[in-house]
Design a protein around this ligand. Sequence first.
Ligand code: ZN
Length: 296
Amino acid sequence: MPDLALKIDVDTHPGLGQGLPRLLDCLARHRVAASVFVSMGPDNSGKAIRRLFTRKGFAKKMLRSNAVRLYGLRTALYGTLLPAPEIARSFPDALRRTVAEGHDLGIHGHDHVYWHDRVLGLSQAEVAREIDRSLDAFVDIVGTPPAGFAAPGWQCGESALAALERGPFRYHSSTRGLYPYRPRIGAVEGRLPEIPTTLPTADELLGDGVAKERLLEIYVAALGERALDVLTVHAEVEGGAHLEFFARLLERLSGRVRFRRLLDVAAEIGRGPLPVCALVQGTRPGRAGTVSCQVA
Ligand SMILES: [Zn+2]
């Protein structure tokens, strides 16, 4: 039976307030444990969405866009016309519930938009400051530090890799790749295991022109090629407009895969030697911009 780790990224205020609870309900019904990563700081989604459009006609385009359908109009304006609300501190019970229900809870950065857009150009000290802010909020709410870190937007450069090494983390899941490894970039060789996302995300497949009805078949066909697959889902996507797809995915995979938490995978692989692989920026079909990729 192939192993599958579900990695749930929570990028936004409604993602944590509404999307994650829906996903947790669904996981509980199927008795599946997952790894959940939450952006701990402000929700600046509006800034991310604003950069997709030219300034002229921004509001009109935004009202018609997919972003508004997926995230809602309020979220599409957070950090621009509306103030940026705090994500984790607005819904501490959602974090505590995640832990109480046996999931592996980790950090998905402090300010998702800032990390996504700027991290590759930040110094190690600047990245460390972002990580420390997210850790402060996490420990305040949960009481203990997290085991895992997942870089927003799969953006992990030399300074980020070095900064993650000094934290309390036992693993990270910050890149796209084929199997767990220790990343090397520039002068930095990571000591912690990196467990990459191996499968395309649903929003990438949809963005690449795949029909919604075919998503399930594509995932079922892809499983089993590797010893371990990691699928990233988003609280704002699978916990929102595509909740039915997520429910059908769990139903279809029950009994066909062994669901693993990344925390447990990390504990297991941490005992043996891991291959060292280079990290580069690469593209993924259906996704704008570049992501950090394992050179396998
Ligand atoms: Zn994210």
